[in-house]
Design a protein around this ligand. Structure first.
Ligand SMILES: O=P(O)(O)OC[C@H]1O[C@](O)(CO)[C@@H](O)[C@@H]1O
Length: 533
């Protein structure tokens, strides 16, 4: 049987076994026998070791999850029955796993290292992605080391923004700004809300020495084109006659970008999904900030995780174990969200990045064959960096009514030397996961904490280009694993199209009130009020 004909999770024998296991051992109805983290730790001295999973650059402690050995074994059985290994091998080999768009998911190919002799020992597509990368890195080094531009403004949205923005923030200590090296300042603009571009242009930019990067895979995204047009108008208004040298496109549609009037195009393959595109020329601002070697280190870290995903047995394969855990919580313990709490200021945009990665990939209700799903898919992903999050929504995590698995991300080595901060930060991360698990018995109801609340801790030695690459690749593959079991095509995103189309109609109706008749009464009423201002 090929990966295309794989059964969906709810069609397998393991699914029914998992349902029975969850009901007998994990539901409130199981009474005193229900799984309790405090009891299993007391009974099992080996639990931490047995439920820990080392992977490249990352150590994962899964022991504080609501999961026992039997459930874990059944989940691995489920993965086999769903033919996950075959699907994974097909995806990594560049098979056309994105059925509705008739293409492959090429992001792992972007991370293949060059072979020793400098040539890429791979398929034509791998060779051409290598050539694209080479071209981008030559360009980024020129901008980084040259004098032509003092400011680089990266314009893009969704996957053309979230990855580079996160990575530039996360790796700030390695970038131009913090190492004191010469080089341009970097700015990001995503929203069509003019306040964002206006705010960037107000930072004292000299038009004659400003480069705009227009990053759009399709080169058809409304927000990006609007910002790009406004940037072009600004250049002209500032007296720049020949704007083309100030505009570089990063795109899979160089034909459209050239027609727009850019001076230079950096290309990447159509088979690279937007939310998986940091590794392509979309990473240009990161390459400018880090330098070519730093960018290659990011790719090497991600590639190490690709190898782990391809080669490690399912039982010790971290993306597989996390993806299975996601299915377990979502479908057997009915958790409708997962909270991500990075205890590192550099990772403050990670929850936003993961929202696109996981919810745009797996927020679907029909499977890859067009059949309605019989089970729930992507949970809501949400979060904030610790310890800020503790002073906002942790109340709900500790005493609220919903089951929310929490993911703590902790980095061993800080990149600053301020005394006391790092230990205090780490102590808080560990304390929160302990408090969630232990709870508190108290005579007064409002001081009671039920405890037995689950968490995972991902531990990185340091936040380096390589470890960030491994972390993001881990999340990509975990998303693929859960989507594969749910039977989804994790690589399309048709759900974003309807709203885009309707926005065009509303924009037209703004100018022509007679068109209000084509709107529903609520939208027409709101528009009428808005027009008065
Ligand atoms: O890079 P583009 O084509 O401008 O698309 C930006 C984003 O828009 C989306 O297509 C969703 O609207 C994302 O998948 C993508 O990352």
């Amino acid at each position: 049987m090929s990966w295309r004909d794989r059964p969906r999770c709810d069609e397998t024998p393991a699914w029914a076994l998992l349902q029975a296991h969850a009901q007998h051992h994990f539901s409130a109805a199981a009474g005193g026998d229900a799984f309790d983290l405090r009891r299993v730790f007391a009974d099992d001295a080996r639990r931490f070791d047995d439920f820990s999973a080392p992977a490249p650059h990352i150590f994962a402690d899964l022991s504080k999850n609501l999961l026992d050995r039997d459930a874990r074994a059944l989940l691995v059985q489920l993965a086999r029955e769903c033919r996950l290994p075959e699907h994974c091998a097909a995806m990594l080999a560049g098979a056309p796993v994105n059925g509705t768009e008739g293409r492959a998911a090429l992001h792992p190919l972007l991370r293949l290292p060059d072979s020793g002799d400098g040539k890429r020992d791979a398929s034509q597509i791998a060779r051409s992605t290598s050539a694209d990368r080479q071209e981008m890195l030559i360009f980024s080094e020129r901008i980084r080391n040259g004098d032509a531009f003092k400011d680089v403004v990266h314009i893009g949205i969704g996957g053309s923004d979230l990855g580079p923005r996160l990575a530039v923030q996360a790796l700030a200590p390695h970038t131009l700004e913090c190492t004191g090296a010469r080089g341009p300042r970097l700015h990001f603009v995503a929203n069509m809300d003019g306040h964002e571009l206006d705010g960037v242009l107000a930072r004292g930019l000299d038009a004659a020495r400003t480069l705009f990067v227009i990053a759009s895979k399709s080169f058809g995204t409304a927000e990006t084109l609007l910002n790009a047009r406004s940037a072009t108008a600004w250049l002209r208004a500032q007296g720049v006659r020949d704007v083309a040298p100030h505009l570089v496109a990063v795109t899979a549609r160089p034909d459209v970008a050239r027609a727009f009037g850019v001076g230079r195009c950096l290309q990447f393959a159509d088979g690279v999904g937007g939310r998986y595109s940091l590794w392509s020329a979309i990473g240009l601002p990161l390459a400018i900030a880090l330098g070519a070697d730093g960018f290659r280190a990011l790719l090497a870290g991600a590639h190490a995780m690709d190898r782990h995903f391809a080669d490690a047995p399912l039982e010790s394969n971290l993306p597989v174990q996390l993806g299975l855990l996601d299915v377990w919580y979502r479908n057997f313990l009915n958790a409708s969200s997962r909270c991500v709490a990075p205890y590192h200021h550099g990772l403050r945009r990670l929850p936003a990045y993961l929202q696109q990665l996981e919810m745009e990939s797996n927020g679907k209700s029909v499977d890859a064959r067009g059949r309605p799903l019989a089970v729930a898919s992507a949970p809501v992903i949400w979060g904030e960096p610790g310890t800020n999050a503790q002073h906002a929504f942790f109340q709900m995590l500790h005493q609220g009514s919903d089951l929310v698995p929490v993911e703590f991300i902790v980095v061993s080595q800080p990149a600053h030397a301020l005394a006391g901060h790092h230990q205090a930060l780490i102590a808080n991360a560990l304390a929160q996961s302990r408090a969630l698990m232990l709870g508190q018995v108290h005579v007064q109801p409002h001081l009671r904490f039920a405890g037995n609340r689950p968490s995972t801790t991902l531990l990185l030695d340091e936040l380096s280009p390589a470890s960030l690459g491994a972390l993001l690749a881990l999340y990509e593959h975990r998303t693929f694993v859960a989507g594969s079991l749910w039977g989804l095509n994790s690589f399309d995103q048709w759900g974003v199209e309807l709203g885009k189309r309707l926005a065009t109609g509303i924009e037209a109706a703004w100018q022509h009130p007679t068109a209000d008749a084509s709107l529903d009464p609520s939208s027409a009423g709101l528009l009428a009020r808005l027009r008065r201002h």
